[in-house]
Design a protein around this ligand. Structure first.
Ligand SMILES: C[S@@+](CC[C@H](N)C(=O)[O-])C[C@H]1O[C@@H](n2cnc3c(N)ncnc32)[C@H](O)[C@@H]1O
Length: 343
């Protein structure tokens, strides 16, 4: 559902509350993150997938600039309303009477905080656009919020693309790759080559091949037939025409420069290994392939509270020369985060 609304004139609108939409089960990790990043915010109200905080002073939308890895959407709260219409009115009332804006709708459904897809085709809002969010938590519980669209924020209601995995995908990793591409607005060029550690059985490889991107997959395990149909026997034998898939069938630690060849531009990992092991391999691969411009890692955590270690992960990526770094839990994740780094 999209409504045409007035546009705010300034950042001057303030509220003493913010709310975050998160994956059920991630609320505790979200609160830990908030404690570290916004120590003056206090927990105000919590439901599954929804946590609100009281700020020490009234804040504007600018206070939402620092992203939270556990929040798929962070909004300035316009408080609870008994009906959807009243929540929409609150959003409209907070905006100045000018240009059009957007309202996203979200609800807790099937044990998930879900976005309600727009009737219109989902295009990306432009950066700077104010977006209202109405969250339905019960028959008479609607929360209204505002945020400003910016780079690396999801364009979709509740940060949930609603992308559906095709039946032919050999694993859910297809969905994780596609969700990350949509969330972060990643673009692959005609020159990109991806190396993926932990590539079997091949969901990510399939998604990349479908996008026309060649992949070098490193994993001792067996690949699914659907990706093997694009496989080449040797890295040196890579054809001019794209895409192709080369299976380097060994543990990541044994992969060498020779396995990578020339021209690798993206490092991806979906290995079920600790963040320390994955980041160590990432540093080694970035040395072997200095053309790597982007990193996308699915970090698997034994405990979501490990999100408190994010500064260490960021520091190791900075040491590798990456300048833009984001950690984000996606709607398709459980005990996982997407770690993105770009040069
Ligand atoms: C979650 S699965 C990966 C799913 C895969 N990305 C896909 O798209 O279908 C994790 C994979 O990591 C691989 N793995 C674990 N440790 C590894 C290592 N040290 N080197 C390479 N692969 C590893 C496992 O063999 C397993 O296939």
């Amino acid at each position: 559902m999209t409504r045409t609304l007035p546009q705010p004139t300034t950042e001057s609108f303030t509220s003493g509350f913010v709310f975050a939409l998160t994956n059920p089960g991630s609320e505790k990790a979200l609160k830990l993150e908030v404690e570290a990043i916004h120590p003056s915010w206090r927990l105000s109200y919590q439901r599954r997938g929804f946590v609100s905080f009281k700020t020490a002073e009234p804040v504007s939308i600018a206070a939402l600039r620092v992203p939270l890895a556990c929040a798929r959407r962070l909004c300035l709260s316009l408080a609870k309303a008994p009906t959807r219409d009243e929540a929409v009115r609150r959003i409209e009332g907070s905006l100045a009477p000018h240009a059009a804006s957007l309202i996203h709708h979200a609800l807790f459904h099937q044990r998930k905080m879900q976005g309600v897809p727009d009737a219109a085709p989902a295009c990306r809002p432009e950066f700077g656009r104010i977006i209202g969010t109405v969250v339905e938590l019960g028959p008479a519980e609607f929360w209204a919020g505002l945020h400003r669209h910016a780079p690396f924020l999801s364009p979709d209601p509740a940060g949930d693309s609603g992308i559906v995995m095709p039946a032919e995908s050999p694993s859910r990793a297809w969905l994780k790759l596609e969700e990350a591409v949509r969330f972060f607005d990643l673009n692959f060029t005609a020159d990109d080559i991806v190396v993926e550690l932990g590539c079997a059985p091949g969901g990510v490889v399939l998604a990349l091949l479908q996008r026309g991107v060649p992949v070098i997959g490193v994993d001792p395990a067996k690949m699914a037939e659907i990706v093997l149909s694009s496989a080449i026997p040797e890295r040196r034998a890579a054809p001019i025409h794209r895409p192709w898939f080369y299976h380097c069938r060994k543990p990541a630690a044994l992969a060498s420069k020779r396995d990578l060849g020339q021209g690798v531009t993206w490092f991806m990992s979906d290995m079920n290994q600790s963040p320390q092991v994955v980041l160590k391999e990432c540093a080694r691969f970035c040395q072997m392939a200095p053309g790597i411009r982007g990193v996308l890692i699915t970090l698997k955590l034994t405990d979501l509270l490990q999100v408190a270690d994010q500064a260490q992960w960021f520091a190791s990526l900075v040491a590798m020369g990456f300048t833009t770094i984001r950690l984000q839990q996606l709607s398709v994740h459980h005990k996982e985060f997407a770690l993105l780094a770009l040069k």
